[in-house]
Design a protein around this ligand. Sequence first.
Ligand code: HEM
Length: 298
Amino acid sequence: MSEPQAGIFVEGSHSHFFLEYKLIDGVSTAQLKEALAKAIALSDAGVNKVWAFGADCWRSIAPGVCPADLKPFVAVGEGKRIAPATQQSILLWVHGENHSANFDAAMAASTALASVAILRLEKIGFLYKDSRDLSGFIDGTENPTGRGQQLVALIPEGEAGAGGSFVLSQQWVHNLSSFHALSQSEQEAVIGRTKPDSIELDDEHMPENSHVSRSDVKINGVSQKLYRRSVPYGGVLEHGLYFLAFSCDIRRFDHILQSMFGVSGDGIYDHLTDFSTPVTGNYWFAPSAGELSAIGSL
Ligand code: HEM
């Protein structure tokens, strides 16, 4: 049994750091592995760390065990409604209850990587109320629970990358004043759920362009389920959702994004994209715990 990185499944953390690094030009694979092995081996009590890698980076580290489907993120959409691609090389997600300990862990890992990679994006995330997005809606209601989390998130035994996971990350910037200018029932029509208690609207009241309608996608009878771990980030000047999701199949992300951005065939786009805008987009591979700890000896 290939054990996943445990931090993927630890829920409810109050403090989050999302760090995206770009490899420095000219760094050799041997240099990269050496620095990564040191950064990964750092021990930080009480801190959850999840490591993931862009396609080019992981293929150079572990060519023999890389899942064939792993690919860089490519922009989705057309015209002004676009989910842009900003593919970087390494993602480190640090989370837990102790913000000071998370800060120290993020600093230590970044110092260990400094000779091989530049920190290109940093978002500080936090738990908002009872797991709500800053729009005020509960985020994660339809997430799988129990054993279902691993079935949805992990590549099965026997396949390349078993125990690992495909990951999508996107920084979304909210326009909260325009969203909050809507009445509560208009906001609920944008999301497709009630605001206080996250009950799905019935068929009669569910718009075809609600977020639920556009993200609840079935392909050939298979529900394109994800294990979402997004949290809000930011402060008063800029804020939104750091969208983070794990999947056993990278194509699920493609299908849902195409549906949200109006390029899945029916021309309908997700009304949520009128109130929030993605400004980054990356696909990653989060290897199993075993493959991660073997990086120094690969
Ligand atoms: C600003 C960005 C986003 C916000 C604020 C947001 C918020 C929400 C909320 C409030 C729900 C309903 C409650 C729940 O089931 O969790 C939801 C559901 C969902 N979202 Fe998002 N979301 C965002 C972006 C995305 C993206 C980019 C994807 C996928 C690529 C996605 C996939 C899903 C899925 C699969 C569901 C469950 C649908 C169902 O089966 O009912 N979301 N989201």
